[in-house]
Design a protein around this ligand. Structure first.
Ligand code: FHN
Length: 461
């Protein structure tokens, strides 16, 4: 009898584990993907105990901090100025449509109430408040979608065994056979909490499988129990998107493709060598405002607001979202530098948001003068580099044929063009696929926002 029960249990487990291999997204998941892609701009929040030493979220690994000593930081976690509503309002005014917050980073500390581990903001700190709960409520009030980052890596748990390539200097004793199964059960318990305690979750954003990248790509889902986790998430909330920052080609069960510090198709940061860009899944690029994810006292290397706007435009031109990071201070406030940049982005988006939200990658590839996005019958030309606009402001663009396979090429018919910022008409002529625009002086002067001057080129329906 016992053997029968065991066989049936194993069969069921195998079915669930393999379920995501033939994954068919639910209708609410497909709708969520569309919504996600239309949102185009989100804010990433890296926050945890590591904000206190103020040296970024990798401090435990970089300084080889003892895991028990590090955990004492929980005793002084008291972010007296934390105000979820203030965060969400500033982020919303910045034009972002969703927030992705670290529910638990590699240090292992959870920002939420968790029965699976007392090492969390509610049970393990004098603050005693559920950061994610408060944030979820504020997001609901303000109509901002909430996503949870979840680390696969853990530098503090003894059952994270066998270890990966990080976390060897934190003083943990070596584990026992069987601990890995325990660690996996712990992660599933926490994922269940995240998906049942906070209402609709926009996405779970996994990070850390790269810790065992000495194993081949094909082995990764098995090592980490990914298919099991993905099936759990989709069972609890079919509309919740799954993303994984593994820097590999997407696995079955993933609903978005993530790039780190690289516009899709580029490998400037070095995280995306040979990573193909999915044509099926919505895309997202995460990027820092300075050079750090978690709060870093000494990192003053903030990108300018104009550069961040241009980065948003460039990601949108590749059909991708930008997830722009902020590392809150230990007292719970967002650094002024971040707030100032958010404000500037919000102002720009108020005027030019039409050329970002709900758009697709433009049909004209990147040009020396800039990039394009498109929506319906409008092609948005983003002039990111006015120095590359020919003298006299005469800009020529080549439109692709409507049906490239047709024997006689047909091109969309231009109806007119105007500056998006104030509607100033832009004179234009068309000969087959070649469109010539004569930019008004306003487009070339400082009268328009300097980050990017957008021209809306309208076609006949
Ligand atoms: O190690 C993390 C890092 O701390 C940060 O969370 C970034 C965000 O994309 N992801 C990892 C590095 O790939």
């Amino acid at each position: 009898m016992k053997r029968w029960i065991l066989t049936i249990t194993l069969l069921l487990a195998a079915l669930v584990a393999g379920a995501q291999e033939g994954y068919v997204p639910a209708p609410e998941n497909l709708a969520a993907r569309e919504q996600f892609a239309a949102d185009r701009f989100g804010i990433f929040i890296h926050w945890g105990l590591y904000a206190q030493p103020g040296q970024g979220e990798w401090v435990m690994q970089q300084k080889n901090l003892d895991y028990q000593e590090y955990a004492r930081l929980a005793n002084s976690f008291y972010p007296s100025k934390f105000d979820a509503r203030a965060w969400v309002r500033a982020i919303k005014a910045g034009g972002a449509r969703y927030i992705t917050i670290t529910s638990r980073h590699h240090d292992g500390f959870s920002l939420f109430r968790s029965a699976a581990s007392p090492y969390n903001a509610v049970d393990g700190t004098p603050f005693g408040r559920d950061i994610l709960g408060e944030l979820a409520e504020a997001c609901r009030e303000e109509g901002i979608r909430l996503h949870f980052y979840y680390s696969h890596v853990d530098w503090g748990r003894t059952d994270y065994w066998p270890r990966g390539r990080t976390g060897h200097g934190t003083g943990r004793p070596d584990g026992k056979p069987g601990d890995w199964a325990r660690y996996q059960a712990f992660m599933k318990a926490q994922l269940t909490e995240l998906l049942t305690q906070y209402g609709p979750v926009g996405a779970i954003w996994f990070d850390g499988t790269w810790d065992k990248d000495d194993q081949p790509r094909e082995a990764q889902p098995g090592i980490w129990g990914l298919y099991d986790q993905y099936a759990l998430i989709h069972r609890l909330q079919p509309g919740c998107l799954v993303g994984n920052n593994h820097h590999l080609q997407p696995f079955p069960g993933e609903d978005i493709q993530i790039f780190e510090k690289d516009v899709p198709g580029e490998n400037e940061a070095g995280f995306s060598p040979g990573q193909y860009v999915s044509r099926r899944l919505p895309l997202e690029t995460c990027q820092t405002m300075n050079n750090s994810w978690g709060y870093n006292l000494t990192d003053r290397s903030y990108k300018s607001a104009d550069d961040l706007i241009r980065y948003l435009v460039r990601t949108a031109s590749k059909g991708a979202n930008l997830l722009l990071n902020i590392g809150p201070r230990p007292d719970g406030t967002l650094p002024e530098e971040a707030l100032a940049r958010l404000e500037a982005m919000g102002k720009w988006l108020e005027i030019n948001g039409e050329s970002i939200y709900g758009t697709q990658a433009g049909c004209i590839p990147e040009q020396p003068w800039g990039v394009t996005t498109q929506k319906g019958n409008v092609l948005y030309l983003h002039l990111l580099n006015l120095d590359a606009v020919p003298a006299g402001g005469i800009l020529t663009v080549e439109l692709p044929a409507v049906d490239p396979a047709a024997r006689r090429a047909r091109f969309p018919k231009v109806r007119g063009a105007a500056l998006l910022a104030d509607g100033t008409p832009v004179a234009c002529g068309q000969k087959k696929g070649t469109v010539t625009l004569t930019l008004p002086a306003a487009a070339l002067s400082a009268a328009v926002p300097s980050a990017d001057c957008v021209i809306a080129l309208r076609f006949q329906p």
